[in-house]
Ligand binder design. Structure first.
Ligand SMILES: [Zn+2]
Length: 240
């Protein structure tokens, strides 16, 4: 109670700024001002029936995904783009916290609408070196957020072979070659997969769809039958 009062008092003295327009936010711990919050561009779950793969615009761009369902907050656009960049590359934990809470709300809405829940959650692993530098894997944190809302376990099904040391500097065809062999599923996880009806695979953003495609392929080859993809945002170029 006292802590709440102190936070409110501090907020009155030093209101936190809206992540997007920098005007004061109206509530403590709010990352966007009310006007920006109301104008936030989001996919409307009613219009895509809980599966973005029903939309031709998405399906056309991601035809080889080998996934059964795709759920996302929005196209990769502002202010999502800013928040995601701030979180991943500038260690802005407030932006991360805000994205995680939006993702939790998405999971909640999805469940409320009665769409099928996965039995377990997994995520795209990061190359070890990059994770050490960043200190966290945003895909793992997002998977844990869904897990908490639905009370389902998170299992690290995929591991990454050490192939893509300089993935960022490689030519697209070389990157694809690397990605094709990047993911593997261990024997024990394969056993678990064969006994699981449906899983959700989580990544922060779908850019070209290649990462998700090869991760799905590895999971299907390892025995996964039904895969839902969950992500914060999808680039429009991926969906043309
Ligand atoms: Zn604002």
């Amino acid at each position: 109670m006292i802590t709440k009062r102190i936070i409110k008092g501090l907020h009155w003295l030093l209101p936190n700024r809206c992540l997007w327009c920098t005007l004061p936010a109206h509530q403590p711990q709010q990352q966007l001002c009310t006007a920006c919050q109301n104008a936030l561009p989001e996919f409307d779950m009613v219009f895509y029936h809980g599966n973005l793969l029903w939309l031709p615009a998405v399906q056309r761009g991601l035809p080889k995904l080998q996934a059964d369902r795709l759920v996302s907050l929005s196209w990769y656009q502002q202010p999502w783009k800013l928040a995601i960049t701030q979180w991943k590359f500038n260690q802005d934990l407030a932006a991360g916290q805000w994205l995680l809470s939006c993702f939790a709300q998405l999971a909640h809405n999805y469940q409320e609408a009665g769409f099928p829940l996965p039995d377990l959650l997994t995520y795209i692993p990061m190359p070890r070196k990059r994770q050490r530098q960043r200190g966290f894997n945003q895909a793992e944190l997002l998977a844990k957020t869904l897990a908490e809302v639905w009370q389902r376990p998170v299992v690290a099904l995929l591991s990454r072979k050490q192939l893509d040391k300089q993935q960022l500097n490689l030519h697209r065809s070389a990157r694809l070659r690397n990605l094709r062999r990047a993911f593997q599923v261990s024997e024990s996880e394969q056993h678990l997969l064969r006994q699981t009806e449906s899983i959700a695979l989580v990544d922060d953003v779908i850019t070209t769809g290649s990462t998700m495609r090869f991760a799905c392929k590895a999971l299907k080859q390892a025995g996964a039958s039904n895969i839902q993809l969950w992500t914060l945002a999808i680039t429009e170029s991926a969906a043309r």
